[in-house]
Design a protein around this ligand. Structure first.
Ligand code: GLC
Length: 679
């Protein structure tokens, strides 16, 4: 070591105490609140270094208990400024957490805090252990409070399929499914249904509804036919838009997500989920659900896209992607139809959510599936089970540059913007003040009217209908006549629905007993057997009117894919022997094949799956109100006609439907279609 260096070392040793003293003074000087960033959770090296949380220009530290309102927390500031401020403060973990949607059965509230989750959902049947409105509110509140515990306190978005009322919740008002509402052709009614559904859903603390379905359903073998309003584009557009405005607004024509009685709708499933072909599905035992829509782009644009254009114009701020494919490419991987068409061309600016574990269907390589789907435009992944799996895939993709930081920031911006538009930052928690509205008489009255307007009179020979309330005796045959679960169909309390007294409502039997005179005798038998109804001599008594209720047991999604839609006529023939007039009521999710059975009964009524208010049926059948329903689906003569060729639909002869789109008799106008012998 040479002399010069030795001298330098001595100098340093002499100055050392001075340097230490100077450093100490500087350290003390720097300990003012404005200069020290808050400790960032050491979960992951933040890609964007968070700026100091309490950045102020106060020259002297001011002792105060009240935290300053930070820009992102200030409702007086424009939302884009608030979002930008918040985004700048977020770590990568926090950003990825906002893109993660987990189902409530897979994570406890503490997990929301741990993983900075942005959203939780209840899938079909995702109820708390006790299924009551109060218990739902407590469950959702626990998750929201956990979200507010996170470092930046970003509120949670809780989602649910309130698809015909808040239909997972016992005691909620449950409406006819969309196929029945399509028959009403009444947008004002759909708006009211949206309003009621919004209030009952908000009552449980939930601000996000995975509805309406915008499917233009073209093959009624599809298990989701009943979730569609119609087979026809304009009718789907008209009614889905009215319902969306009912969910998102209170003035009948515009969305107002900041209003305390509105919630976020989710037009779904983008796009052409109702156009898939039979046996094109690759999902388990499904035949057509989640299949492939094989169409030229011109037809896709003419038939399946218009309802979404209207929904965007009406303020849609969340959209769900379809499981299905278009010409062989999964919609969740469809950069062109999502980024270029939905966002670029149609101008959708909200956030895009995947369907339930749908990203996983893109490819067996989960990492690639995540990269493909997020880059195709999905902002929020309905994982819905493996929280860490998705988060780790996202971190890896960002580290590898397969998903850019800009893409993450855009997704999080979309999500945070909608949360702020909903007012969630100011009012994240719902009190119990709305609970009394759930299943209220006022709400049920709306559903009762919807049932009445959804009924379609297919045949009314011998003036069978309306039935007098003073008849002596009525037989009601078939389990669908006294079962609220069968009456409500799929997506009711359970994902697939269920039979039995699964919720509160009025069955057809109860409604009939309430409608007729005290002298009228009403008998019910689930098998339609009434031989035990006898006179004093033991001779069987006949009924003036025999109602036969036939139907489809509840189903949802691909479990309802069905190749043969024929019915069993045994109970009709049996009733014919026991009653002077026979009326068949169909409790189904779609048209069934009844051509050969029509002559067996005097009257036929399509009641679809009416929900909890069975008295809407008796209001019409006993003449308090006339029929007004018109078919929103062509009714096939035979399975050979399915799928119909909608571009060249025959309108007469044996190739025409049994009952065409728009058909429906009334008491005033009983001009049935020409009966043909087409066998
Ligand atoms: C389902 C359905 C979708 C629903 C989602 C959450 O699989 O496809 O319509 O919103 O999962 O339950």
């Amino acid at each position: 070591m040479n002399e010069t260096i030795s001298r330098q070392i001595k100098m340093i040793r002499l100055m050392k105490p001075l340097i230490l003293l100077l450093g100490l003074i500087l350290l003390v000087a720097c300990q003012t609140p404005e200069a020290v960033p808050t400790a960032v959770p050491v979960v992951d090296a933040p890609v964007s270094t968070p700026v100091p949380v309490a950045a102020t220009n106060t020259p002297e530290p001011v002792a105060t208990d009240e935290p300053d309102i930070l820009p992102y927390q200030d409702p007086a500031l424009p939302i884009d400024e608030r979002v930008e401020d918040l985004l700048d403060r977020m770590t990568l973990d926090e950003k990825i957490g906002q893109m993660t949607l987990i189902e409530n059965g897979s994570i406890r509230p503490e997990g929301v805090t741990e993983f900075n989750l942005g959203a939780i959902l209840s899938g079909g049947g995702g109820s708390p252990p006790e299924n009551s409105p109060q218990a739902w509110l407590e469950m959702v509140t626990a998750y929201q409070e956990a979200a507010l515990e996170t470092r930046l306190g970003i509120p949670l978005l809780y989602g649910v399929d309130a698809v015909h009322g808040h239909s997972n919740v016992v005691g909620a008002t449950i409406f006819p499914h969309n196929i029945g509402l399509g028959a009403t052709r009444n947008p004002d009614l759909l708006y009211e249904i949206g309003r009621v559904t919004a209030v009952e859903t908000l009552a449980t603390g939930i601000h996000w509804d995975y509805a309406p379905v915008l499917a233009v359903a073209r093959d009624i073998r599809w298990g989701r036919t009943y979730e569609a309003y119609a087979e026809e584009t304009d009718l789907v557009t008209l009614l889905s838009n009215a319902y969306l405005l009912g969910l998102q607004g209170v003035d009948g024509s515009t969305s107002d997500l900041g209003h305390p009685l509105t919630l976020l709708g989710t037009p779904k499933h983008w796009v052409a989920d109702g156009g898939t072909g039979w046996e094109t599905s690759t999902t388990g035992s499904y035949k057509i659900d989640q299949g492939d829509t094989i169409l030229d782009e011109e037809t896709l644009r003419a038939v399946h896209i218009p309802p979404y254009i209207t929904a965007v114009d009406s303020g849609a701020r969340s959209m769900m992607i379809s499981y299905s494919s278009w010409n062989g490419l999964k919609m969740h991987a469809h950069d062109y139809l999502i980024n270029d068409v939905l966002i670029g061309e149609i101008g959708f600016e909200g956030f895009i959510v995947s369907d339930w574990q749908a990203i996983d269907q893109i490819t067996s390589n989960y990492y690639e599936a995540v990269v493909t789907s997020i880059n195709a435009g999905v902002d929020l992944n309905m994982v819905p089970f493996d929280t860490s799996g998705f988060i780790n895939a996202m971190k890896r993709a960002i580290r590898n540059g397969d998903i850019s930081q800009e893409r993450v920031d855009q997704a999080v911006t979309n999500i945070l913007t909608v949360k702020m538009e909903l007012g969630l930052f100011e009012n994240p928690l719902q009190d119990d003040s709305l609970l009394e509205t759930v299943g209220s008489d006022e709400h049920r009255a709306v559903a009762r009217q919807a049932v009445a307007e959804s009924l379609v009179l297919l045949q009314n020979d011998n003036e069978a209908l309306p039935v007098s309330k003073d008849v002596d005796r009525i037989f009601i045959g078939g389990q669908y006549g006294d079962d609220i679960g069968l009456q409500s169909g799929g997506w009711t309390i359970e994902w697939q629905g269920a039979s039995g007294e699964i919720t509160e409502g009025t069955t057809f039997l109860e409604a009939t007993e309430a409608a007729v005179s005290e002298e009228t005798e009403v008998y019910f038998n689930r098998f339609g057997k009434f031989e035990t109804v006898t006179d004093e001599n033991g001779d069987p008594l006949r009924a003036d009117v025999g109602f036969v209720l036939l139907g489809e047991r509840p189903y949802a999604e691909g479990r309802g894919d069905r190749e043969d839609l024929s019915i069993n006529s045994t109970m009709i023939e049996r009733m014919r022997e026991q009653a002077d007039v026979v009326v068949v009521i169909l409790v189904t999710g779609r048209p069934l094949i009844i051509t050969d059975e029509l002559p067996l009964a005097d009257a036929w009524v399509a009641a679809w799956w009416p929900g909890t208010e069975g008295n809407g049926i008796t209001d019409v059948l006993f003449g308090d109100q006339d029929f007004s329903g018109k078919l929103s689906f062509s009714w096939p003569r035979s399975m050979d006609q399915i799928p119909f060729n909608f571009e060249e639909m025959p309108t007469e002869g044996c190739d025409a439907p049994l009952f065409p789109f728009g058909y429906g008799l009334t008491y005033q106008n009983n001009s049935p279609v020409e009966s043909l012998d087409c066998n």
